[in-house]
Design a protein around this ligand. Structure first.
Ligand SMILES: Nc1ncnc2c1ncn2[C@@H]1O[C@H](COP(=O)(O)OP(=O)(O)OP(=O)(O)O)[C@@H](O)[C@H]1O
Ligand SMILES: [Mg+2]
Length: 333
């Protein structure tokens, strides 16, 4: 990996791709910095490393995977994602976990040592209920046990006879944990954390929003598993304003992509703020976070992208409303 970035530098880089989610960005940046700094020191001092695996909690489509992907790119470390539910669907969890580690080695271009400093993102961790249904090949609990071992750090023997040591691999787990709010409001008693006496309201709010390991047990996580995820942070539902920014601001924002595509055909694309607002409104209705933005956007653009290549005289396309035909300007004949 490249020179060690400070937490604020990490957040700054994340800001280029991930809109909002400030609390999650800061927490992750601090944890990552600590993790890789400990690793760097370990080389010289043989300091004992306690690993700070991270749990990201947040609704679907709010940036959990995007955050991890961006992070691994910034840090220039190998990165793989795995799906907890598919781990529970296989009969041989061990093989599946080995496959994940093999993919990590692959991402490290076969460099075992580099892979041993990588990041593994395990999504949908909240679906690993310990009292699993009968439809599953492997119970969620045994998947948790299998993950537990590699999260803590263990040499894993690969089919080709090599061993990969997972001690310094950083594990980030993700999940939507639907219904967590209700559990939190039940388990956090005001009075214990008092709101009187000039306490800083922000600190109180943070403490009250804190997710405790016991809250996670309600989702079927076994205590040993929850205990190995010491850092918990949350991503929040995206507001209309954030959705609009997602379409327009990040380096590869959808609007920029389509504008570039049309520019290649010599056409300028203009879209009013009203349109972005309408798309964001629809996306909120679809309840899939930012994930539905692309679909809605593409649908709006299909006719235009179909028409433009056959009409070299088109100079500009202006969209004023999602529900009205675009205005097309052509070269004077
Ligand atoms: N905060 C965000 N900033 C910028 N883009 C975002 C953000 N959240 C989501 N997106 C966009 O939505 C897409 C889906 O987001 P992502 O895959 O990160 O969701 P997720 O939180 O991992 O959801 P799930 O729980 O369903 O896996 C991303 O590829 C990205 O384009
Ligand atoms: Mg995801």
């Amino acid at each position: 990996m490249s020179a060690l970035l400070t937490p604020s530098q990490i957040v700054h880089r994340l800001d280029e791709h991930v809109v909002g989610q400030e609390a999650a960005k800061r927490t992750v940046a601090v944890a990552i910095y600590a993790h890789y700094r400990k690793l760097a020191e370990l080389v010289t001092d043989a300091v004992e490393v306690t690993k700070s695996n991270i749990l990201l909690i947040g609704p679907t489509g709010t940036g959990k995977t995007l955050l991890c992907e961006t992070l691994s790119r910034i840090l220039d470390v190998p990165f793989v994602t795995a799906d907890a539910t598919s781990l529970a669907q296989t009969q041989f969890v061990g093989d599946e976990i080995e496959a994940i580690l093999l993919r990590l080695i692959d991402r490290a271009d076969g460099d075992l040592e580099r892979a041993e400093r990588g990041i593994v993102f395990v999504d949908e961790i909240d679906k690993l209920k310990s009292i699993g249904g009968t439809a599953r090949a492997t119970s969620g609990e045994s998947v948790q046990h299998a993950l537990l071992k590699i999260m803590e750090g263990a040499p894993v023997r690969l089919q080709d006879g090599r061993h990969i040591d997972t001690t310094h691999i950083l594990f980030i787990c993700g999940g939507a944990f639907v219904g967590l709010e209700q559990i939190l409001s039940r388990t956090h008693t005001f009075g214990f954390i008092s709101t009187t006496g000039g306490d800083d309201q922000q600190i109180l709010e943070r403490l009250n929003a804190r997710v405790k390991p016991t809250d996670l047990l309600e989702f079927g996580l076994i205590p040993e598993f929850a205990g190995r995820l010491p850092i918990v942070t949350r991503l929040h539902d995206l507001t209309q304003d954030m959705l609009i920014r997602i379409m327009t601001e990040p380096k590869n924002a959808i609007f920029k992509q389509f504008a570039a595509m049309l520019r290649a055909d010599g056409v300028e694309l203009r879209i009013t703020h009203n349109v972005f607002r309408q798309i964001a409104e629809l996306a909120i209705e679809y309840k899939a976070g930012a994930r539905s933005l692309r679909g809605i956007f593409e649908e709006m653009m299909t006719d235009i992208l179909f028409t433009v290549p056959d009409n070299p005289d088109i100079r500009r396309v202006s969209i004023q409303s999602l529900f009205e035909a675009p205005i097309i300007d052509r070269d004077a004949a």
